[in-house]
Design a protein around this ligand. Structure first.
Ligand code: ARG
Length: 606
């Protein structure tokens, strides 16, 4: 019989779940196979897999139910023992089957090549729950000529992770960047350009140059208000579609995007679409504004501004059109959302199943108003019952400053991290000499430090940007995770050199290995953890929390670290050495996949 969601080829625990579900269903026929399957959970204590009896909502007491299941229980290759404690059934899995199934699954799935995002679509940990579903993840979204602040940093890191995560669940994902690339400030920027712009600087680093001249012109304009008049005139020309004005603006935008792309590439992140406030068409804005005018929720203020009252929904009222008839931030978001829906309909025959906005908690109100207005205007796709639109928010970063002062651009933060990391690495002279590409390694370890620090806590929490802690190789940090990956890579190299023992490349014929030699509790702990990786990906998706994956990485690396001391490879008899090597290789595959999911490039050497 078919069980929805059961995929033992990809998830070894599912094989055990199916066996347990069948046993429960036999003992308690009123519990359907599907319900029993879904009730089997992993746990940290008492059993390997547990079932909470109250989940079945049966009349009989848990004790009576448990008695029936216990009476019917017979150990087999998938279930070693069953105990009953409180309302729980605790199943222990036979170590031999657990080890065989888990390591064989990991090995078999390790062959598929990574795609552009480094995600192996068929790899261990992925599932098919999102097959046929399409989504947009909007993230990063910096403002041209303005600083790239901590909010953008977190949005970039968390958004790129979520995009990878949904892909690992089989979704079709488009990564969108919604730039702050339109508005009066571009008028002032053009004035600045004419006075002090440098073609050379612009080509070198548009993001920094535009910011610098924008800051300078703002200072000048304090003394010389005429500059603001010129700026307004220029922006009016832009709005009217004047070729020269739009041409200059487009040059700023294109060169800024080019620079952003370099920085994103450095971070191992890319976008499918660069949209932005400028990309919202006049007709799209007009369409929503007209709907708003006719809406019973809207009213004109005395000064002519149009506003929508959302008190009934415990939200502040929102202005949707200025008194001079120009649109606002929220108006553009409304138009853009409609455009995206239409674009998906056109390209895919239907709209998106989900659209996620990864934006700081400071904009909770904005996103709340924006979604509510779409709903009130009657756009089907914004019906909250469907749950298509979602704001993924996150807390603040406290104390993010560099040696030179405040951090203005992402590159500055990454450069500083890299330098600091390089200093830390130099202190270990022996190791440092062996590193082939020192610059690149320092850069990757540094970025790992920043990303892991950001994703370690639950995303809603604030955190302190702590240079010395995040760059340390000890404790739960990014460098520590990279170090563990490197160690897992080097064990095979070293044993080949010293003992001449080599594992064939994956996927291999595991019948040649003696995996039943892996009997120690540490081997079992590690294997069980490896077996729970596909479940962990599902949990992280349900909770939309990067920390679920990061915490898993810590647990995994702790288990590996404590295994090293007992499950030694070097100097062991060949069969035992090969079995242990194979277990470490499986751990490497999983840690590699987990780091990639987190947008991190795992290092082979450092
Ligand atoms: N550019 C905005 C800012 O820096 C973030 C954009 C968020 N996304 C959106 N669709 N409003 O504050």
């Amino acid at each position: 019989p078919h069980i929805e969601g059961a995929d033992p080829k990809r998830n070894p625990l599912d094989a055990f779940r199916v066996a347990i579900a069948e046993q429960i269903n036999k003992a308690l026929p009123e519990v359907k196979l599907q319900a029993a399957f879904e009730a089997v959970q992993t746990t940290a204590k008492d059993g390997d897999l547990v079932v909470a009896l109250p989940r079945f909502k049966l009349k009989a007491k848990p004790d009576e139910l448990a008695k029936k299941v216990l009476e019917q229980f017979k150990p087999n290759a998938y279930m070693e023992s069953l105990a009953h404690k409180g309302v729980f059934l605790n199943y222990m899995l036979p170590t031999t089957t657990l080890t065989q199934l888990t390591l064989a699954t990991i090995d078999a799935l390790s062959r598929s090549a990574p795609d552009a995002n480094g995600i192996r679509k068929m790899s261990y940990g992925t599932n098919k729950s999102g097959e046929g579903k399409r989504m947009i993840v909007e993230f990063s979204s910096p403002n041209i000529a303005k600083p790239f602040h901590a909010g953008h940093l977190r949005s970039t890191i968390i958004g790129a992770f979520l995009a990878n995560l949904y892909e690992a669940n089989g979704w079709y994902v488009e990564r969108w960047n919604y730039l702050g690339d339109w508005g009066k400030q571009f008028g002032l920027l053009a004035v600045a350009w004419k006075k002090m712009g440098s073609e050379e600087e612009l080509r070198k680093d548009a993001v920094t140059h535009l910011y610098n001249i924008y800051v300078a012109i703002n200072k000048e304009a304090e003394e010389n208000p005429d500059l603001h008049t010129q700026a307004r005139a220029f922006f009016k020309k832009m709005e009217d579609g004047d070729e020269e004005a739009v041409g200059l603006w487009r040059k700023f935008r294109d060169l800024s995007i080019k620079k952003y792309e370099q920085t994103y590439a450095r971070l191992n992140i890319h976008f499918d679409v660069y949209s932005g406030e400028s990309q919202v068409r006049k007709e799209s804005i007009q369409e929503v504004v007209e709907k708003l005018r006719e809406s019973p929720y809207c009213e004109r203020e005395d000064n002519g501004a149009l506003l929508i009252d959302l008190k009934k929904y415990k939200l502040e009222k929102a202005i949707v059109e200025r008194s001079d008839g120009t649109p606002l931030y929220i108006t553009r978001d409304l138009g853009e959302a409609n455009q995206r829906w239409a674009k998906f309909k056109e390209q895919h025959g239907k709209g998106f199943d989900k659209m996620i906005y990864v934006v700081a908690s400071q904009q909770d109100l904005h996103l709340g108003q924006f979604f509510k207005v779409l709903e009130l205007l009657g756009y089907d796709y914004a019906d909250p019952k469907e749950g298509r639109l979602q704001h993924i928010n996150f807390g603040m970063v406290l104390g993010m400053s560099t040696r030179k002062g405040t951090a203005v651009f992402l590159d500055h933060i990454l450069d500083e991290t890299k330098e600091n990391m390089h200093d830390v690495m130099r202190k270990n002279a022996d190791k440092y000499e062996q590193i082939i590409d020192k610059e690149r390694t320092a850069d990757i370890v540094g970025m790992t430090a920043v990303k892991i620090q950001d994703m370690t806590g639950r995303r809603g929490n604030n955190y302190n940007f702590d240079w010395s802690r995040m760059l340390s190789f000890e404790g739960d940090t990014g460098p520590y995770l990279q170090y563990n990956h490197v160690r897992l890579c080097s064990v095979e190299r070293r044993v080949a050199e010293t003992d001449g023992i080599e594992l064939p490349p994956s996927p291999l014929d595991i019948s040649q290995l003696k995996l039943d030699l892996l009997t120690e509790p540490k081997a079992r702990d590690l294997t069980l953890l490896l077996a729970s990786w596909p479940d962990t990906v599902k949990t992280a998706t349900r909770e939309q929390q990067p920390s679920t994956i990061v915490q898993y990485c810590y647990k995994l690396t702790h288990a590996v670290s404590s295994a090293w001391e007992v499950l030694i490879v070097k100097g062991q008899e060949k069969d035992l050495a090969l079995a242990r090597l194979f277990m470490y290789r499986s751990a490497r595959h999983v840690l590699n996949a987990a780091l990639r999911l987190l947008t991190i490039e795992p290092l082979d050497r450092m």
